[in-house]
Write a protein of this length. Structure first.
Length: 708
């Protein structure tokens, strides 16, 4: 075997010497290695027992300047196994030691590949997911040794490891997140590079994407959104049991019936040859790697297997982005408690009188900032528990299928939107006892990529490409926002101070009819109240979402904002948000309006320690502001001249787990609530008289002065 190996290397050496010393040769030195390298791999494949013709090196000689395109894609029996990057002789094959800026940037991108061989003709290194797996150096020099060039016996095992690579199915959701993140990052880099080169298909797509969703999005931000759309689109296909081995086109076709938005993101890769060719490295690798994903293995009956999926994804994909966007999840203990309290309110004969609670067929639930779907997942589980207890386990699959029509989610960011789909599909699959191969039979989810705060009466513009289904998603969402009754709005809306201009229609009102009030106008205190200096605190995203929810669920100010008649609506809003509105002076009109709209309001102070508490005590580890859970309920025929009854309680000071344990036992009807002031604009905190001693120390010290 060694003689055969030496013979192959000698032939390679003679060929490279002739090529590199030929004065008529044109192009870079690494280009002269291409033909000899292809012949060498044919010889090495034969030495490894692979039949002639099963190993193919597909070259990209005309695109060698691209930082995200290796010189060769290598297939074995038409299945992609990896890539080869060829460098000039003498440069070496350890990309971690390269000093050239192009090479360093290229390595920063290519290290995401699961199987990559670097060579300069003299040296070979094998890298998998950025980790060195082996290195071999030839004896001699390809430029001068000719047929005296030789190789150590370790070369063949290294090449064998490269050619026999197969993707390994991730065993956990975390492993899948990390694998998908690396390849999504490579796709993002390819898209960015193609936009810089002026790829017409992607350039047009980016322009329309901006027109519809993100007017100020940079090329990098578009590349990020598009890469996540494709990556999570492939994962949704796998969640539905759709194989990827026959290509993205077939997966897109099968997805169209259940998800036109994600299907279109994938279809563009096959319908537009310029996009397909440009993104070939990353998309070919994505389909090869993700095709082996086995959904049941990932979940293993763990209901929270997907809880931190997007966090884990972002940590590998772009940790700076993760820090900028903050947490995408709410602790499951908080979600479970909020869902349970809503269910209790729905069941209570004196409040809503729905014996089946969230499982009632006339109860529609919406999360206006769905994130990764935690609250809709919580509602699904509550519905399953109720139906199983009341009607038996056999009734659960049908109830879950029916509930898909009554669970609605709005989301602006495509990444978290797609993760929400993954989590909900996985949960439905479990609750409905559907095997992985029958994923196509799962219900269609009512999740929409849209700006919740946007104008529900906006004229629909015609778009092409991927943004056409995004436009359709927004159109359908607007129909819901305009006309579909929603019983419960629940969630954890985004927090952002100084968010003026980000509230869209809710903040600014109609673009076409300036005579109409904006929804937020209703919460601006009159000048004579003397608190105008504090109204700047209303310009926070969570406040805009509170206003949207009161408009949609209670109909608060509907006629003023739309010129359509007000309706007598009943419903529930349950949010966890910053606590500033509970007693901040700038929120007096908001509190006044809530007291007039609602029948009952319950407030749970989740941050009794006050502002900037010790990290271990925080409900949200990265949030310094005090937070609270508020459940606001309106019955039909509410008399607006009578203020809502406001009740308050605080979780105990102490570590996070203590708060969670306490929250788990809170009931709307227990004795732990304290009555708040009844004055229209008063705080939602306990009155100074009577139960003052029950208020947490931090609140007693700062009542009326909590951060706004």
């Amino acid at each position: 075997m060694s003689n055969s190996l030496n013979s192959a290397i000698a032939t390679f050496g003679a060929s490279t010497k002739a090529k590199l010393s030929n004065k008529a040769a044109t192009g870079a030195p690494e280009d002269q290695l291409r033909a000899p390298m292809e012949a060498l791999f044919r010889d090495l494949a034969a030495l490894l027992g692979l039949p002639d013709g099963v190993v193919s090196l597909v070259g990209e000689s005309t695109l060698s300047h691209l930082k995200t395109r290796p010189d060769y894609a290598v297939t074995v029996r038409n299945a992609l196994v990896g890539y080869i990057e060829v460098k000039a002789p003498g440069k070496g094959a350890n990309p971690q030691r390269f000093s050239d800026e192009h090479d360093k940037k290229q390595w920063g991108k290519l290290k995401s590949l699961p199987n990559l061989l670097y060579t300069d003709g003299n040296n070979f290194t094998l890298w998998q997911n950025g980790t060195l797996q082996g290195a071999v150096s030839l004896a001699g020099d390809v430029e001068t040794s000719g047929d005296k060039l030789s190789a150590p016996p370790t070369l063949l095992p290294l090449i064998s490891s490269f050619l026999t690579w197969n993707p390994i199915s991730p065993r956990t959701a975390k492993q899948l997140a990390e694998t998908a993140a690396r390849l999504c990052r490579l796709l993002r880099d390819e898209v960015t590079e193609e936009l810089e080169r002026g790829n017409p298909g992607l350039t047009l797509l980016a322009t329309e994407w901006r027109s519809l969703l993100f007017p100020n999005a940079s090329n990098a931000e578009f590349a990020d959104g598009y890469a996540q759309a494709v990556t999570f689109g492939l994962l949704v296909a796998r969640a539905r049991g759709i194989e990827l081995k026959d290509g993205i086109g077939k997966a897109a076709l099968e997805l169209r019936t259940s998800n036109s938005l994600i299907a279109t993101a994938l279809r563009l890769l096959t319908d537009d040859p310029l996009i397909q060719s440009a993104l070939k490295t990353s998309t070919d690798t994505l389909t090869r790697v993700l095709d082996v994903v086995d959904w049941p293995t990932l979940t293993k009956g763990n209901p929270d297997a997907w809880l931190y999926f997007y966090e884990d994804f972002l940590e590998v994909y772009d940790n700076a982005l993760r820090k900028r966007t903050g947490s995408y999840y709410t602790p499951p203990e908080v979600v479970a408690a909020m869902v349970r309290l809503v269910d209790e309110a729905l069941r209570d004969p004196a409040l809503f009188g729905r014996p089946l609670g969230l499982a009632s067929r006339d109860v529609t639930v919406a999360d206006p900032a769905v994130g990764t779907g935690a609250y809709l997942l919580g509602a699904l589980r509550r519905i399953a528990e109720t139906v199983e207890a009341d009607l038996g386990p056999g009734a659960v699959p049908g109830a879950i299928a029916a509930s898909a029509e009554r669970l609605i989610g709005f989301e602006m960011q495509f990444g978290s939107f797609a993760v929400a789909q993954l989590r909900l599909l996985a949960e439905m699959q479990t609750l409905m006892s559907i095997s992985a191969g029958d994923g196509r039979n799962l219900p269609t989810l009512r999740l929409f990529v849209t700006d919740t705060l946007g104008d529900p009466y906006a004229t629909q513009t015609q778009f092409s490409g991927m943004v056409a289904p995004i436009g359709e998603s927004r159109r359908q969402a607007n129909e819901i926002k305009r006309g579909e009754p929603i019983t419960v709005v629940i969630g954890n809306p985004p927090y952002k101070v100084d968010a003026g201009g980000m509230g869209a229609w809710v903040e600014k009102g109609s673009d076409t009819n300036k005579e109409l009030l904006s929804p937020m106008d209703r919460w601006v205190p009159p000048t004579q109240w003397g608190v105008s200096a504090h109204t700047k605190h209303l310009k926070n995203l969570y406040v805009f979402f509170w206003r949207w929810a009161t408009l949609k669920v209670f109909g608060s100010g509907w006629a003023d904002a739309t010129q359509e008649p007000d309706e007598d609506r009943a419903g529930i809003i349950c949010f966890i948000t910053a606590s500033g509105f509970l007693n901040g002076p700038g929120f007096q009109k908001m509190r006044d309006d809530l007291r007039r709209d609602c029948s009952e309001i319950w407030v749970v102070d989740c941050s009794p320690e006050g502002h900037q508490p010790v990290l271990a005590t925080r409900i949200f580890q990265g949030v310094q502001q005090p937070v609270c859970i508020v459940l606001a309920l309106r019955k039909r025929a509410k008399d607006r001249s009578k203020p809502a009854r406001v009740r308050f309680r605080a979780l105990p000071e102490g570590i996070r787990k203590l708060k969670f344990d306490t929250l788990d036992h809170v009931s709307l009807s227990d004795s732990g609530w304290v009555e708040a002031d009844k004055d229209w604009t008063a705080s939602f905190l306990p009155a100074r008289k009577g139960d003052w001693s029950l208020l947490p120390l931090s609140r007693r010290c700062s009542l009326g002065q909590a951060p706004a």
